[in-house]
Design a binder for this molecule. Structure first.
Ligand code: AMP
Length: 454
């Protein structure tokens, strides 16, 4: 039995009556959730060995399917419910999947003929991220990677001190922030309180769940916290049980922390850092008031990290048990001798690690990781588009406000471009502003002059 299955079964046997999963619609105890998982495992074992694609609808059945995959030693591939068909085809061909879990039941998908030979025996899950070539990259995470991550997060101060508590998650299961909330909760006998997709457009709904479930720990992106802060009832007087927020996935700003402490004076704030390639997060810093005088908040400390962290030529480099083995179908690509170069710019000072930005054109927008060249390559496939460039428009704090595309094309309406892009890219990757021109400005070296694009 893999180590994650052992951890999950141990929590389920210790806390059968504790609520394991709760949405605005339904609550299920550990014994009920694992009962559903058991039935799904029986089904799974009859249906081949290839990775299972799971459309990440927020229901107890989806949660149980994830658990069923882990218990059966079957890799799962969480994807957004509205994943464009072209991206889903890539996922199917890269993973060799023959089975998809959607809306509570398994359906067969046609296995692609150009599937790489990979058994996925030791793979817990595969998350697809934006790829600079225009094709998403599959990141396989092994049971060993995940086990190392769970040991780290379960021992992290102050998360290690909570007992059978309510842990809030808003992230889609296809985003690895949810890995932190899910495995911290289910391996520790906590209740995972999940924001259903439809609740996300309705903030009173979120605060309602928060309050009713007495959420004590929330796992969030800073973008999500900023949205919550727009509502005045996101404060200690209305939500007295909230003790700790674990942030990860993008830069946490001093401004957001100041606003949070104004609303929740005793809140513990963890700023965790890590890429999907190193299993959700590898280090974290507990934020204290004296840190707010610096331009950046620390993302980690010198000790107690999930992996070895070094800064080499200004770039954060990770090495160790949480680091993946390489992208799907390109074994070793992206990772050499268990050493992953993150592309994040960093430095250490006074025993803390800081992240200041990116070496390349990867951005975080609304918490989502996007390679701008992924959008450009998909734009370039649209008939009539000769050339394209995508830029990120940032606010004074450096956060991406929206994406802008410049396209060299003839006789193409922006709405037609938008519609064509929707066929291949998820909604959050569609630039808000699309400008069509005759030609893009070029530098003396003949490259697109991005600085001239405004
Ligand atoms: P993802 O693979 O979607 O989890 O995105 C990983 C990337 O998000 C990292 O390589 C960083 O660029 C960024 N990131 C994650 N956590 C933080 C953080 N606490 N501060 C700054 N950037 C972060």
């Amino acid at each position: 039995m893999n180590p994650i299955a052992k951890r999950l079964l141990s929590a389920a046997s210790k806390y059968p009556d504790v609520t394991a999963y709760r949405t605005s619609m339904r609550s299920v105890s550990y014994s009920e959730l694992f009962g559903i998982a058991d039935r799904l495992s029986t089904d799974l074992n009859l249906k081949g060995t290839s990775p299972v694609i799971i459309k990440s609808r927020k229901t107890p059945e989806t949660a149980a399917c994830i658990i069923a995959c882990v218990l059966s030693g079957r890799a799962y591939v969480p994807v957004a419910p509205d994943i464009p068909a072209v991206r889903l085809d890539t996922v199917i061909s890269r993973t060799g999947s023959e089975l998809m879990f959607d809306d509570g039941s398994f359906i067969s998908v046609t296995k692609s003929s150009d599937t790489p030979d990979d058994t996925f025996e030791d793979t817990a899950y595969i998350i697809f991220t934006s790829g600079s070539t225009g094709i998403p990259k599959g990141v396989p995470i092994s049971y060993g990677n995940l086990d190392n991550f769970i040991t780290w997060i379960s021992g992290l101060c102050p998360l290690e001190s909570y007992r059978n508590t309510a842990v809030f998650n808003h992230a889609s299961f296809s985003f690895d922030l949810s890995v932190a909330a899910m495995y911290y909760a289910w391996c520790g006998g906590h209740t995972l309180v999940d924001a259903d997709t439809n609740v996300l457009s309705d903030y009173t709904g979120i605060l309602d769940i928060f309050g009713k479930a007495c959420v004590e720990v929330a796992v969030m992106t800073p973008t999500f916290a900023n949205l919550c802060l727009l509502d005045r009832s996101f404060c200690a007087a209305v939500l007295p049980s909230l003790r700790c927020i674990y942030f990860c996935g993008e830069q946490l700003t001093v401004r957001t922390v100041e606003r949070l402490w104004a609303a929740f004076p005793d809140l513990r704030i963890i700023n965790a850092y890590g890429p999907t390639e190193a299993t959700s997060a590898v280090c974290a810093a507990n934020i204290t008031p004296d840190m707010l005088t610096k331009p950046y908040l620390p993302i980690g400390t010198a000790n107690g990290n999930a992996v070895d962290i070094s800064v080499e030529n200004g770039e954060i480099v990770l090495r160790g048990a949480s680091v993946f083995r390489g992208y799907l179908g390109e074994e070793k690509a992206g990772c050499d001798a268990n050493r992953y170069r993150t592309g994040d710019l960093g430095y250490t000072e006074g025993g803390y690690l800081y992240c200041t930005g990116r070496i390349d054109d990867q951005v975080k927008y609304k918490g989502y990781r996007i390679e701008l060249s992924d959008i450009e390559n998909n734009l370039n496939l649209i008939p009539g588009v000769r050339q394209s460039a995508v830029t990120a428009v940032r606010d004074v704090q450096g956060q991406v406000r929206y994406l802008k595309a410049f396209i060299a094309a003839e006789a193409l309406e922006t709405e037609a471009i938008r519609a064509a892009l929707k066929e291949t890219l998820p909604e959050y990757m569609i630039p808000k502003i699309i400008t069509v021109t005759d030609k893009l400005p070029v530098t003396v070296n003949g490259k697109t002059d991005r600085k001239a694009l405004t």
